[in-house]
Design a binder for this molecule. Structure first.
Ligand code: NDP
Length: 451
């Protein structure tokens, strides 16, 4: 970036920080995107003259509401929930709901902002949004989760709909929660439509949606490696997390001939030097998806594994790293260790899992770095396909959805190449994804005039 773009960026970021005080995650996400966009916008004056960056960093609206519910002991509990409807220039708002005690407005604004560009990259007509609550489903009974979801929907239902805003899952919101949320929506709205994605297969869900984010992340990683004349075959992989994204990232990595060494949760990491194979992964699926247990139980069953309490996976020597747990889980120090251990590729399954200084270091060190808005777009892409199937009142086969997912991930790679090509023949995936996602949304905003 030249000095004048840097000056403009610093000025712009000062304004963002003043308008959004105390929202560190949101500032981080905006800076990451605008490091790519500011030089592009300065070179393309139509965006600059229409103040697109100021406008695209301001949500269309944010809905904040109280959710009161009764626990199993008869106590009344109160949580706070949000829906950040960020930008609907290219389609109805679309983005997941997160249930985690760390949820606040800053986290949801960062996620909603990123979602604008990610959804645009898929090529499907979807705007950007995110929502959730500071509710912790861990340790709650099914009935407590149901009562919370129903109470939350009593307010949320008036703000969503198949042509206005279509939520989905995220951290802490899986099949069980979507069932409860959609069930209450259906009662209140008296409509059984595609207002949610990630639905169960018996009531409008799409095949491959559960697998899509993890599978898509591996497909994107393969695309990056293929472009560099390499493949995932035989590569050792460190994966963080043991939730939806991590499990299906591991599954597809194993199917691609890679050796998966680690998985984790918020308490620690398991490191299996023999590799987590399909049978061992079936144990993890049952542990996390059915029994809702802790990943540490893996080492009680498999003696080839060690448990690294309180640790993330990044100290383990690997060729490929897939952060699939949460934001800011790869620090600059972690990146230095990964690079010293010879990591070749990093593909972000989670949203903003890599701190900005670590992103810069990976790029400077020649590590292939696939940012979240490209690498994990497979989830929302198949959500978009779920919406299409709901509108058509049809269900596509597993093979058909998987083929479409592969094609979309390849096309996203193509957009990154187009907008992020560097003079040395390499691809700057961060720049490519940011500009590739921006152009379509910005052009739509220009077409609408001043709104
Ligand atoms: P899940 O709730 O299914 O799993 C989350 C995993 O990450 C769990 O293993 C959890 O451990 C761990 N985790 C969560 N918070 C923390 C934390 N603060 N520190 C360490 N570990 C943590 O969520 P998903 O797999 O759906 O989502 C994971 C990431 O992928 C998120 O960043 C999400 O935004 C992103 N994503 C998800 C998509 C989807 O389709 N589901 C789509 C695109 C992106 P524990 O059980 O101990 O909390």
């Amino acid at each position: 970036m030249n000095d004048s773009a840097k000056f403009e960026l610093d000025n712009f970021m000062q304004g963002v920080m003043q308008r959004n005080p105390g929202e560190g995650e949101f500032h981080q996400a905006v800076r990451e995107v605008c490091e790519s966009l500011m030089p592009f916008v300065l070179d393309n004056r139509k965006y600059h003259d229409a103040n697109i960056l100021e406008r695209i960093t301001e949500p269309d609206r944010t809905i904040i509401y109280r959710v009161s519910w009764e626990d199993d002991k008869g106590n009344i509990q109160t949580n706070r929930a949000w829906r950040v409807q960020f930008n609907n220039s290219i389609g109805p708002y679309k983005g997941g709901l997160r249930f985690h005690p760390s949820v606040n407005q800053s986290v949801l604004k960062f996620l909603g902002f990123e979602q604008i560009f990610k959804n645009s990259l898929t090529g499907l007509p979807m705007g950007g949004a995110k929502g959730g609550a500071n509710f912790d489903p861990k340790g709650k009974s099914d009935r407590e989760v149901m009562r919370f979801c129903q109470s939350m929907m009593n307010e949320l239902f008036r703000h969503i709909g198949e042509d206005t805003d279509v939520p989905a899952g995220d951290i802490g919101v899986g099949g069980r929660e979507i069932g409860f949320l959609f069930g209450q929506f259906k009662r209140l709205a008296n409509r059984v439509t595609g207002t949610f994605t990630g639905k169960g297969l018996t009531y409008g869900g799409s095949l491959i949606r559960t697998e899509a984010t993890g599978y898509g992340c591996v497909y994107f990683c393969e695309n990056m490696l293929n472009h560099a004349g390499d493949t995932l075959q035989g590569k050792s992989c460190a994966i963080s997390g043991s939730g939806n994204v991590a499990i299906y990232c591991a599954e597809k990595a194993i199917q691609s001939g890679a050796k998966v060494l680690t998985m984790s949760d918020s308490a620690g990491t398991i490191y299996d030097q023999d590799g987590i194979d399909a049978d061992k992964l079936a144990f993890v699926k049952d542990l996390k998806e059915v029994r809702r247990g802790r990943i540490s139980e893996y080492v009680e069953k498999y003696k080839s594994a060690q448990y690294l309490a309180g640790k993330r996976p990044w100290g383990v020597k690997c060729d490929a790293a897939f952060p699939c747990a949460t934001q800011n889980e790869i620090s600059l120090e972690d990146a230095k260790v990964l690079i010293a251990n010879g990591v070749k590729v990093v593909a972000e399954g989670a949203n903003m899992p890599t701190e900005l200084a670590a992103v810069h270091l990976f790029q400077e060190s020649g590590v292939l770095f696939g940012p979240a808005k490209a690498a994990n777009a497979g989830g929302v892409a198949v959500s978009g396909l779920e919406q299409s199937q709901n509108s058509l009142r049809l269900s596509w086969s597993r093979e058909e959805v998987d083929e479409r997912l592969k094609k979309i991930m390849k096309e996203i790679h193509g957009k990154c190449e187009k907008y992020g090509s560097a003079t040395n023949g390499k691809v700057d995936y961060v720049k490519g994804a940011n500009i590739g996602g921006f152009v379509k949304v910005a052009d739509a905003m220009l077409a609408y005039g001043i709104v």
